[in-house]
Design a protein around this ligand. Structure first.
Ligand SMILES: [Zn+2]
Length: 84
């Protein structure tokens, strides 16, 4: 099985979606910019402009240690949603 397929199986179990949309997220407290990524939160009470991670948010929230890398990874993962 390809790594993409195994990751999608994990995401389906973890988030209920095999191909969730990703966002940059504040995975470390006190940073000026979001340094991690997480699936977009489906909770209606979670403002899409709020990059924080709360108990309502699906896992995995992944720390990337860099706002530049976080933004790039979110872009790559979102572009990959359409791949087979
Ligand atoms: Zn949330």
């Amino acid at each position: 099985m390809k790594t993409r397929d195994t990751a999608r199986a994990f995401l389906l179990a973890a988030t209920g979606e095999a191909r969730p949309e990703w966002r940059t997220a504040f995975t470390t407290d006190g940073t000026a910019e979001p340094t991690g990524i997480a699936p977009v939160c489906p909770d209606e009470d979670h403002d899409p402009d709020d990059g924080s991670v709360y108990p309502c948010c699906p896992n995995p929230a992944i720390e990337c240690l860099s706002p530049e890398i976080a933004a790039h990874l979110a872009e790559l993962l979102n572009a990959d949603r359409g791949a087979k």
